[in-house]
Design a binder for this molecule. Structure first.
Ligand code: ATP
Ligand code: MG
Length: 642
């Protein structure tokens, strides 16, 4: 199969990342500058040139969806067989493999949520289980485990770290202890224990460490700004003193420090690895200058030592729209109306996302979208193969494949089986029934695709099993409804940031300056998910006719201009004479590639602040090319620096 050259389509700095195959490499760069792209091309380049074996590469990222995307991009570049996983998925795989040999017996079961165990723990210590409280206690236990603080040390160290537990720290410690004891008795491991145990097994069993280190020799970590101490410990254990590691991240996108993550591993990488190549990327390839401008403005007010200002590469687009609404239902209606407009303009639903601060905010959007007939997905493609309806479907399909009726066409057979577990012709209105339907429908569509290629039921089941191993979920059509945390690393053509009030962003319990800063970074993450359309909205009251006591997020002070009321939106810029929407052709600085907006700079082809002697040889070549091209074809004497 033909694949594009792994180095093609990279700018000079990205290329530097891709070509530095050995040794420590650190990429510090802002959102949308192509960090993920640079590491996928780096891996593909190393594999395709034969410098490394695909199975010896371990690429680690933070969400199952991001890992799936990484794998998909690698396959597209012809690099098959690379392990791209989340930290816990990679560790769990190793732990499960070595468990029978080094620990004995069956591998443990995974705790998907701490809440049920905590409810039982409450009973054990005779405490009233308050779910809201327990959710916060679960976060405290997670923080304690990732920072390796045991129950006995929790009260003292939590106070020192400025934690604000929902109940007395001594009570958290009692629950923490009861939780751990119950978990062990049940032979279960939570995400933190998976990492801790894997590192411990490698430390205590030299032969296990040797085998794992023999297998994995090249490490790549995406979103390194959100690594926590436990993940760092595991990474160091995997490396075992070697330094073939490439990390990429953006300190201004650290959004998990409340649960123990720290950008210091990224910012101190060069101190830890003095031989490291530190590469900075500044060109933003994702978003229009309008989106980038807003992101830069939000960051300009942040207390950050890392001024990674973004320089937009894309052509001009629509201005971000700010909408102030009377109440939350009106806000949801406004968003639904605008989403419908975008869909009618040809924006696919999968290219639209509504992002909020807390999951509870999604309900009003679910209702509004169901009413407006807009398909939506609540969880994105995350953990698709772990959903109960998908697991149920796979079992049934497998059963039907081992007695398949050759006469029945594949699509029909799959439809019949899925109909038995809830696939109806019409999608249900909302909630979990809708989510369930979306999953089953995605399986049915996959069957239709395979049927078109002449596949049969056994082949379909084999395809599902392959995808399940690779966490390669089938696409589900629909507008994504997701939390800002779940959106990191992803991008859409149109992004709606909703509920932007003081109290929601920053969230009411963010009181300390560093907590407020983390909330500001969340807004930055949200804004930078948009390629072109960005809609920011808030409601002055919660419910219909409620008291209008809210104010827009303080992070938007001075940025909203005259926010539109309700559903009015700002039309795109129009040419005064023709009345057509204006699409500007960007002229970019030949040195830094920034889009030039000042006439004098456009003429010069370089920004006033960029040095003229940036790379003499390259500029000379460009000058020659421009002069010749201008002479021969009378083309304007500007070149896009790529
Ligand atoms: P984030 O910080 O949000 O994770 P990122 O730095 O990882 O962002 P990518 O997701 O790799 O950025 O890239 C952003 C978008 O820009 C993607 O659509 C990517 O394909 C595109 N892109 C990156 N580099 C280039 C390039 N050199 N030429 C064209 N498009 C590019
Ligand atoms: Mg990325």
């Amino acid at each position: 199969m033909e694949h594009e050259d792994a180095l093609a389509g990279l700018d000079p700095e990205q290329r530097q990342v891709a070509e530095a195959v050995r040794g420590p490499v650190c990429v510090l760069a802002g959102a949308g500058t192509g960090k993920t792209r640079a590491i996928t091309h780096r891996i593909a380049h190393a594999v395709r040139t034969g410098v490394v074996d695909a199975p010896s590469v371990l690429a680690v990222t933070f969400t199952t969806r991001a890992a799936g995307e990484l794998k998909q991009r690698l396959r597209g570049l012809g690099a098959h067989g690379v392990q791209a996983r989340t930290f816990h998925a990679a560790a769990l795989r190793q732990l499960t493999y070595f468990w029978p040999r080094v620990i004995g017996g069956d591998p443990p079961r995974v705790v998907e949520s701490k809440l049920p165990i905590l409810i039982e723990a409450c009973r054990e210590i005779r405490r009233n289980p308050d779910r809201g409280e327990l959710r916060d206690v679960a976060s405290e236990i997670e923080w304690a485990k990732v920072t390796q603080v045991g129950p006995e040390d929790y009260p003292g160290l939590a106070a020192k770290a400025g934690r604000t537990p929902p109940i007395a720290p001594e009570e958290v410690a009692r629950l923490y202890e009861a939780y751990e004891s119950l978990r062990r008795r049940r032979h279960m491991v939570d995400f933190e224990t998976i990492l801790e145990l894997t590192a411990a097994v490698m430390t205590e069993h030299a032969e296990v460490a040797a085998q794992i280190r023999q297998q994995y020799r090249y490490f790549v970590v995406d979103e390194y700004q959100d690594v926590n101490p436990l993940q760092k410990l595991l990474l160091d254990t995997w490396l075992g003193g070697r330094d073939d590691i490439c990390v990429v991240g953006d300190p201004n996108q650290t959004i998990y420090s409340f649960s123990g993550a720290s950008p210091r591993y990224l910012t101190n990488f060069a101190v830890e690895h003095p031989a490291a190549a530190v590469i900075k990327l500044v060109r933003d390839y994702r978003s229009t200058p309008q989106v980038v401008g807003l992101a830069n403005s939000v960051l300009a007010k942040a207390r950050t030592p890392h001024r990674l200002e973004l320089i937009a590469q894309r052509p001009e687009g629509p201005k971000p729209v700010f909408a102030e609404c009377d109440d939350e239902p009106a806000e949801a209606e406004t968003v639904a109306k605008r989403v419908k407009e975008l869909i009618s303009q040809g924006v696919p639903t999968r290219e639209i996302a509504v992002l909020f601060r807390v999951n509870a905010q999604s309900e009003v959007y679910e209702q509004a979208f169901a009413q407006a007939g807009i398909p939506y997905l609540l969880r994105g493609a995350e953990r698709f193969f772990e959903r109960s309806e998908v697991r149920q479907a796979v079992v049934l399909l497998r059963g039907a494949a081992r007695s398949a009726n050759d006469e029945e066409p594949l699509a029909q057979a799959v439809h019949n089986i899925l109909a038995g577990i809830g696939l109806t012709a019409e999608a249900p209105g909302g909630g979990t029934a809708r989510e369930r339907w979306e999953s089953l429908n995605a399986l049915a569509e996959l069957a239709e695709d395979l049927a078109a290629e002449g596949g049969d039921l056994p082949r379909f089941v084999a395809e599902l099993e392959r995808r399940a191993t690779e966490q390669h979920a089938p696409p589900i059509e629909g507008v994504t409804l997701a939390s800002l945390h779940a959106a990191k690393g992803l991008e859409w053509d149109a992004v709606f940031l909703v509920g932007l009030t003081d109290g929601m962003l920053p969230i009411i319990y963010a009181e300390k300056p560093e907590q407020i800063e983390e909330e500001r970074r969340l807004l930055y993450v949200g804004i930078t998910r948009a390629r072109a359309h960005l809609h920011l909205s808030w409601a002055l009251a919660r419910s219909l006719g409620g008291r209008k006591a809210r104010r827009p997020s303080r992070f938007l002070d001075g940025l909203t201009g005259n926010a539109t009321a309700g559903s009015r939106t700002t039309p795109p810029a129009r040419d005064r004479r023709s009345g057509q929407a204006r699409i500007a052709t960007p002229i970019q600085c030949r040195v830094c590639a920034k889009t030039l907006t000042v006439g004098a700079e456009q003429k010069l082809g370089r920004c006033a602040t960029c040095p003229a002697d940036y790379d003499e040889e390259l500029l000379e070549r460009l000058k020659l090319w421009r002069t010749n091209a201008a002479k021969e074809a009378k083309v304007p004497a500007y070149v896009v620096f790529t």
